[in-house]
Design a protein around this ligand. Structure first.
Ligand code: NAD
Length: 398
């Protein structure tokens, strides 16, 4: 037992603790949305989600289980509760997910470990083999700043930098709440290579090849990896920067896996280009909190704003659920960013982006809204949770 009052400890784009009841309430809310969207004809099947504890991966885990009634296995890397610290939000999210799945009679399990490691990948494969549970769906939603390479144990760190030239952008100073300017130096060749090694396609390729070799991808299996493109105003730090080059590598890997899966099991592999949303990963990218603070009110005004759960429910419903065939762009990607990228949305965002100053920030951007969303990621400010009350922080995963 570890009852305590938990208040947010936020520094910039990092929050070092999490509220277990807030995380549970936020998962329960997403589960309600998924249940309301449940597909009457869903036939079950089996899904593996890597990066399942927060953001788009959590939304995918919830959608596969509660809307599509699939048997699910979620993989993630989260810190459990300790003597002096709460667990991470993703840990509490996963614990809440597993409890709700159990209560609903759904078969769901989790592996908390490093998905880049041979031990975790092989452990998952052994488990699926024992359960004779070939996968119908494999969602790859991993976002990490670091990878311990499974071949030689090297620790590789990604960089969030422009490539070829330096880049100056306005960004929100999350501690002071105003606008500030940052100049980012161009990445070195090594930093580009390292970022591709962490967030590119190599790890996904290892997962799919290992699953194929073990006969664990069912006939017609679908593999979906998530990516981002965004508008040109963010390209220097995203699409043409180090992270964008890693995403281009991931997308290339997916295109080659598509042919590989078609030949091996009559399956498919797609990239889904998702829209920008507030997550732990996106909040860390310079300039992105400002972009998110500007686009949210524009989308809300046009009734186009989607949280990850809305978007992933739409992704499954329209595109990747069993029997669905997605519309693809020229690069063979699913475009879930269609609302974000609409011309009228981007025209309004571009105008605000160019003209926003410290004085007009309150009018042209919704910084308090961004901060609320950010805190919600850690279970703070979630409706129905009284944060003045002590709460059990020593939660078990399953
Ligand atoms: P997130 O930070 O919310 O989630 C990352 C997940 O990866 C967590 O479950 C975490 O536990 C897991 N993870 C990290 N390192 C791990 C490791 N070594 N082993 C196992 N699990 C590990 O991130 P997100 O924003 O939801 O991003 C998920 C995917 O969606 C990424 O590919 C990202 O590029 C993509 N995407 C994000 C956005 C956005 O705006 N957030 C937009 C489009 C696409």
């Amino acid at each position: 037992m570890a009852l305590e009052v938990v208040s947010p400890r936020v520094r910039g784009f990092i929050c070092t603790n999490a509220h277990p009841a807030g995380c549970a309430a936020s998962v329960a809310e997403q589960v309600r949305r998924a249940r309301a969207d449940a597909v009457a004809a869903a036939k079950g099947g089996s899904a593996l989600i890597v990066g399942a504890s927060t953001g788009y991966g959590l939304a995918s885990w919830i959608t596969a289980a509660f809307a599509w009634r699939m048997k699910t296995l979620g993989v993630f890397l989260e810190r459990p509760p300790g003597d002096k610290r709460t667990a991470t939000a993703g840990y509490y999210n996963a614990a809440a997910f597993l409890r709700l799945a159990r209560e609903s009679g759904l078969s769901a399990a989790a592996v908390n470990g490093d998905a880049f490691s041979n031990a975790v990948r092989n452990g998952v494969v052994d488990r699926l083999k024992q359960e004779k549970s070939p996968l119908d769906l494999f969602i790859y939603s991993l976002a990490s700043p670091v990878r311990v390479h499974p071949d030689d144990g090297r620790t590789i760190r990604s960089a969030l930098k422009p490539v070829g030239h330096s880049y100056t952008t306005r960004t929100i100073d999350l501690d002071r709440g105003g606008l500030s300017e940052v100049t980012l130096d161009p990445a070195s060749d090594q930093e580009v290579a390292d970022t591709v090694a962490v967030m590119g396609g190599d790890d996904l390729n290892r997962w799919v090849e290992t699953l194929l070799a073990a006969g664990l991808l069912a006939k017609g299996a679908r593999v979906v990896a998530y990516s981002y493109i965004g508008p040109m105003i963010t390209w220097p730090i995203y699409r043409t920067g180090t992270i964008g080059l890693a995403k281009a590598d991931l997308e290339k890997t997916v295109r080659s896996l598509d042919g590989r899966l078609a030949a091996a099991v009559g399956g498919r592999a797609w990239t889904s280009v998702n829209a920008a949303v507030v997550t732990q990963a996106s909040a860390a990218i310079p300039g992105v909190p400002l972009y998110l603070s500007i686009i949210a009110p524009v989308l809300a005004e046009k009734q186009l704003l989607e949280r990850p759960i809305d978007q992933i429910l739409r992704l499954f419903r329209s595109y990747v659920g069993p029997g669905r065939e997605p519309a693809l762009d020229r690069e063979k990607r699913i475009r879930m960013d269609d609302r974000e990228m609409r011309d009228d949305v981007q025209a309004a965002v571009g105008e605000r982006w160019r003209s926003v100053t410290g004085e007009t920030l309150g009018k042209l951007a919704d910084l308090p809204g961004f901060q609320r969303e950010f805190r919600r990621l850690f279970g703070f400010g979630v409706a129905g949770v009284d944060e003045s009350q002590p709460v059990e922080t020593d939660v078990q995963l399953g």
